[in-house]
Design a protein around this ligand. Structure first.
Ligand code: 1CP
Length: 344
């Protein structure tokens, strides 16, 4: 049998602290890279970019050609799931995603039967990435966690307070639970197929784990994430999973203990001392530099990056931002950040 290649990032997710923390950058393929903007013009629209393996492979690999990163993340979007379920999804230039908002009746018309077939190009992208990547690089697959995806499906677009979805969950609990059930089931199928196609680890993006009281957090965030981890591991034993409940704050520990994720993405508003005080010392963490510090660079970036490296040096740690990189980020600042992390 061929020896299993050492992948520092995957090993860290599995709980093995590395001498130097491995790193990747949330949303590392994207508009801050001129080569991404160039490739983007070759697709008629954003979803076509996601569903064209040749282009999706190209943009996935772009950040790794420039930077010494330890992982590639599949180029796709969390909103391919509503698209695959038959909801109308489009990406208007400069406006972000626009969906036809769901009502109770539209929830019952969502069609999970054909979803995987619709997503077949994503699995082809992963197979090609697996073949193209050096063995020491970790290949990350992902999906949106059900609550976060539901906020877009119910609200029709991104929003600062997720008002429409939060209200729907309380006013129409049965219809809301049916929506979450469809999303949990489809996400399990989708992630299991990503592992089959070559993903080493998957991340569940719960970008809107905010603005929820305890009861709603348990029902809308923790329980669906837990069901996905459990259902996925029935299909892919020991599947490595990174959870990222952005804004979980005081619920972070409860999330980590209950969902069973291997590693926890930490958003940048969570104090690093809080993480060390409240999360088990052997729990792998990922994060958590404020993307704005990467925009500004210099001392604002360097001192905080060093503080994070120092605070997490005795535990399994994946260096990352505490949310996605933004389009105005100077490439030179990314290069400098990587130098700092590699100098550890
Ligand atoms: O016009 C363009 O080029 C579209 C910009 C863009 C890109 C590059 C969108 C639209 N999505 C993506 C890719 C993407 N999205 C990736 C793969 C790239 C990588 O990581 O290298 C991933 C993992 C995502 C995940 C994603 N999409 C999340 C979770 C992460 C997060 O930032 O919170 C969310 C919330 C989305 C929805 C979405 N898709 C696109 C935008 C602009 C948004 C955010 C909308 C909003 O602010 O509400």
């Amino acid at each position: 049998m061929a020896p299993v290649p050492h992948k520092p990032l995957l090993a860290t997710v599995l709980g093995q602290r590395q001498e130097r923390p491995p790193m990747w950058i949330m949303r590392q393929a994207g508009r801050y890279l001129p080569e991404y903007r160039e490739t983007r013009t070759k697709a008629a629209n954003f979803l076509e970019l996601c569903y064209t393996p040749e282009l999706a492979v190209e943009v996935t690999l772009q950040p790794l050609r420039r930077f010494d990163l330890d992982a590639a993340i599949l180029f796709s979007d969390i909103l391919v799931i509503p698209d695959a379920l038959g909801q109308s999804v489009r990406f208007a230039t400069g406006e972000g995603p626009l969906l036809e908002p769901l009502d109770e009746k539209a929830i019952d018309r969502l069609d999970g039967a054909r979803a995987l077939e619709h997503l077949a190009p994503v699995f082809e992208t992963l197979r090609r990435l697996r073949a193209a990547l050096p063995p020491e690089k970790t290949l990350i697959g992902f999906c949106g966690a059900p609550w976060t995806v539901a906020t877009y499906m119910l609200g029709g677009r991104g929003s600062a307070d997720q008002w429409t979805a939060r209200r729907f969950a309380l006013e129409h609990p049965k219809a809301f639970d049916r929506l979450i059930d469809v999303l949990v089931k489809t996400s399990i199928d989708y992630l299991a197929a990503q592992f089959e196609a070559g993903a080493d680890v998957v991340q569940l993006f719960e970008s809107w784990a905010l603005n929820l009281d305890d009861t709603s957090f348990a029902r809308q965030v923790i329980e669906p994430n837990r069901r996905i981890v459990e259902g996925l591991r029935q299909r892919v034993p020991n599947a490595p999973v990174i959870g990222f409940p952005r804004g979980a704050a005081g619920n972070l520990r409860h999330f980590a203990e209950t969902t069973g994720v291997n590693a926890l993405g930490i958003d940048f508003s969570t104090p690093i001392d809080f993480v060390n005080a409240h999360l088990p010392p052997d729990l792998p963490v990922q994060g958590n530099l404020d993307p704005l510090r990467l925009v500004v660079g210099g001392e604002a970036m360097e001192s905080q990056a060093r503080a994070i490296l120092s605070a997490f040096k005795n535990r399994p740690h994946i260096f990352n931002l505490g949310h996605g990189i933004v389009p105005e980020t100077p490439i030179g600042h990314v290069e400098r950040l990587i130098e700092i992390v590699k100098a550890e």
